[in-house]
Design a protein. Structure first.
Length: 287
């Protein structure tokens, strides 16, 4: 095998058993090249078109023609590049799937799972951004000091989110059901849109509803945080969305609903009703 061929990942290569090595390969293959994905797809189509052009040219030549040999060499080089691209894409999916499955079944908030590369890979896969922290309840990983009880709870939260990316996990879907259409919804929306931590007063200021004052917000936050799976991170200076909260909002929130509604009504008639949950922040039942 040539040096050039060795530089391209192959689907038959062994999957790293070490979680840090797996995360590093994930970051190299997926995050490192993410900005080039659309360009890669265009390039791949162009390569396939070039192969077809060479095949057309070769059909007009005799096999003993010197130009035929030159054309075959060029066409085969292109086909080799296409195969390398395909192998890279297959490897990306293998590594992505392995990271998700192992996070869903093995994540424990300590040791190698708290390596920076691992946290970056997990947050990129679950949230679409490579970050150096995971927020759950009142804990910032990797720096939080966890006793056995909090270690168990934090680890279960991360596992639940990873599990939902593979197939719907009722822990996550049930959490969204407890948010959607309840007094939790405007709180989650405000925190998702905020670039900083907000206390109950700050959240109430953003919601701007006389029936949703500071005390009401604090009560809603407290009741939700009593659950094993909830959407909030509580820091010293206020609240933000946890890993779970940000995930469920991105997975089920208004942008997802609007995309779904547009797909289902495309080509149909507009009934003239605005059913977007963003149209009003305050019309929610109590949970």
């Amino acid at each position: 095998m040539s040096d050039e061929e060795q530089t391209h990942p192959n689907e038959n290569d062994a999957i790293p058993e070490n979680i840090v090595e797996l995360a590093e390969e994930y970051l190299d293959l997926i995050v490192g090249e993410e900005t080039d994905t659309e360009s890669d797809e265009r390039d791949l189509e162009e390569l396939k078109e070039e192969v077809e052009q060479w095949n057309t040219e070769l059909e007009s030549l005799d096999e003993d023609d010197e130009l035929y040999a030159i054309g075959v060499e060029e066409r085969d080089n292109l086909k080799r590049r296409i195969e390398e691209r395909n192998q890279t894409e297959k490897r990306r999916e293998q590594i992505r799937q392995e990271l998700v499955e192992r996070t869903a079944s093995e994540f424990v908030a300590r040791d190698q799972w708290l390596d920076t590369s691992v946290i970056k890979a997990i947050t990129y896969e679950l949230l679409g951004e490579a970050r150096e922290e995971i927020l759950v309840d009142e804990y910032r990983l990797p720096d939080a000091e966890l006793d056995n009880k909090s270690l168990f709870a934090v680890s279960r939260n991360v596992r639940a989110v990873a599990s939902h990316t593979n197939s719907s996990d009722e822990r996550i879907s049930n959490l969204w059901d407890s948010i959607d259409g309840t007094r939790q919804y405007p709180i989650v929306k405000v925190l998702f849109d905020s670039a900083e931590l907000l206390g109950p007063s700050g959240i109430a200021d953003e919601i701007q509803d006389e029936d949703r004052d500071r005390r009401h917000i604090a009560d809603a936050l407290g009741k939700m945080r009593d659950r094993q799976y909830h959407p909030y991170f509580r820091g010293d200076d206020g609240y933000a969305l946890s890993l779970v909260g940000e995930y469920v909002w991105k997975e089920f929130g208004p942008d997802v609903k609007e995309d779904s509604e547009e797909s289902s009504t495309e080509g149909g008639e507009d009934n003239g009703e605005d059913e977007s949950p963003d149209s009003e922040l305050t019309n929610f039942q109590d949970d």
